[in-house]
Design a protein around this ligand. Structure first.
Ligand code: AP5
Length: 217
C-alpha cells in the first residue's frame, strides 16, 4: 500500500471530497493546508489573520509560511506511518522544500494523484459548494446534497458558502493554479510517481480508481 501520498488538482476538482473518503478507508492523517488556514482564520490566530488577507482574494499564502506549517505537522507522531497531503505543494519552491523534509525523515513521496477536472465543471462545483462550518465536509447544492437542507450529515453543523467561493476569487485561484501549480505535474512526472485520475467521474466511482492506486493494484 502507498502511504506517503499527495492529492493535487485545481480548485473544485474534488480533492477534499476524495480526501475524506481516503482517510476514512485507509486511516491516514489528512494534511490539508486549506483546512489548516481556515481553522487558524476561525480562531483569529496570527497565522489566520495573515492567511486571511491572501485567501479571501484567491491568492496563495506565501511559501515560507505554508512550508513552515507543513513541516511542523509532518513531524508529529501520527504522520510516522504515512500521510495524505491535500493542497500542498502548490509551487515549485514548496515541492523542493517537501523533498528536503522527506530526505531528513528518510522517507519519500510514493504516490501523487492528480485529479483532472474540466474548467466548466470546476466553476459549476465551486459556485454550488457548501461546506460544514464545524467539520469542513463539502456538499453541493445540486449533486451532493445533505440529507437535511443546510445541515451536515456527519456532525450536524451548519452548511455555509466559503468566502473565496465567488467569481472574482475563483478567477484568481484558477490563474494561480495555471501558472504556479500546474508546473508541478511535470516535476512529479519526471520523478515517476504521478498518476492522473478523471475528476469528472461521480465521487464513489472516482474513489474506486483512487483506491486501486493507493493499494498499488
Ligand atoms: P484549499 O482549501 O486547498 O482550496 P482549493 O485547492 O482551491 O480546493 P477546493 O477546496 O476549492 O476544492 P477541492 O478540490 O477540495 O474540491 P471539493 O472536494 O471541495 O485552499 C484554499 C486557499 O488556501 C487557497 O486558495 C490558498 O489561498 C490557500 N492555500 C492552501 N494551500 C496552500 C498552499 N500550499 N500554498 C499557498 N496557499 C495555499 O469539491 C468541490 C465541490 O464539488 C463540492 O461542492 C463537492 O461537493 C463537489 N464535488 C466533489 N467531487 C465531486 C464529484 N466527483 N462529482 C460531482 N461533484 C463533486
Amino acid at each position: 500500500m502507498k502511504t506517503n501520498i499527495i492529492l493535487m488538482g485545481p480548485p473544485g476538482a474534488g480533492k477534499g471530497t476524495q480526501a475524506k473518503l481516503i482517510i476514512a478507508a485507509y486511516k491516514l492523517p489528512h494534511i490539508s493546508t486549506g483546512d489548516m488556514f481556515r481553522e487558524a482564520m476561525k480562531n483569529e490566530t496570527p497565522l489566520g489573520l495573515k492567511a486571511k488577507s491572501y485567501i479571501d482574494q484567491g491568492h496563495l499564502v506565501p511559501d515560507d509560511v505554508t512550508i513552515g506549517i507543513v513541516e511542523e505537522r509532518l513531524n508529529q507522531d501520527d504522520c510516522k506511518g504515512g500521510f495524505l497531503l491535500d493542497g500542498f505543494p502548490r509551487t515549485i519552491p514548496q515541492a523542493e522544500a517537501l523533498d528536503k523534509m522527506m530526505e531528513k525523515m528518510h522517507r519519500s513521496i510514493d504516490l501523487v494523484i492528480d485529479v483532472e477536472t474540466p474548467k466548466e465543471e470546476l466553476i459549476r462545483r465551486i459556485s454550488g459548494r457548501r461546506v460544514c462550518k464545524a467539520c469542513g465536509a463539502p456538499y453541493h447544492v445540486d449533486t451532493m446534497k445533505p440529507k437535511v437542507d443546510g445541515v451536515c450529515d456527519i456532525c450536524g453543523g451548519e452548511l455555509i458558502q466559503r468566502k473565496d467561493d465567488n467569481v472574482s476569487a475563483l478567477t484568481t485561484r484558477l490563474e494561480h493554479y495555471e501558472h504556479e501549480t500546474k508546473p508541478l505535474l511535470d516535476y512529479y512526472a519526471n520523478k515517476g510517481n504521478l498518476v492522473t485520475v478523471d475528476g469528472s467521474k461521480e465521487k464513489d466511482d472516482l474513489f474506486l480508481d483512487v483506491s486501486s492506486l493507493i493499494r498499488g493494484e
